[in-house]
Design a binder for this molecule. Sequence first.
Ligand code: SF4
Length: 184
Amino acid sequence: MDPVAGEARKPRLATVWLGGCSGCHMSFLDMDERLLDLAARVEIATTPLTDYKSFEPVDVTLVEGAVANEEHLEHIRHIRRNTQVLVAFGDCAVTGNVTALRNLFKLDEVLDRAYRQTSTVVVGMPTGDGVVPRLLERVRPLHEVVKVDYFLQGCPPSADEIHGFLTALLDGRPEELRKERRFG
Ligand code: SF4
């Protein structure tokens, strides 16, 4: 990426997940010893891997998962306002993918199956009451709700692909990065 304009500090990197399975983050960890090289080049600012509680301004954010509920929507808008380069990380973020399968059904049917028929704890509990975030009518990929700078497709992207992407970004080779969406 364009080194942080004239400053001698490391770029701040965040990773977050919204409506995803965490598989993209597991693939991130699969970079194994290459994580040490990455750690030398960036400041890891915010990531679920470190149990973050707040999101401060960063240079790059990898966002796993689609936008499925109101909490996700609020969170991704905050992230967008506080991120220079926002990356849709994995197919759920890029297209909705697995998370968006629920778009095939009516929301009430989904709630019935997930919360009323199959749970003894939250029977009859609607979402949006402060316990379960209110679901959006449709699961949406990131680009439908915020501007996305780059797309890193795959379910999940492989560790090699993630490493290649981050290396190109940090080395300032944006021509190697995908600005258009692609399935799979
Ligand atoms: S893209 Fe695949 S691995 Fe990543 S969050 Fe979605 S289902 Fe999981």
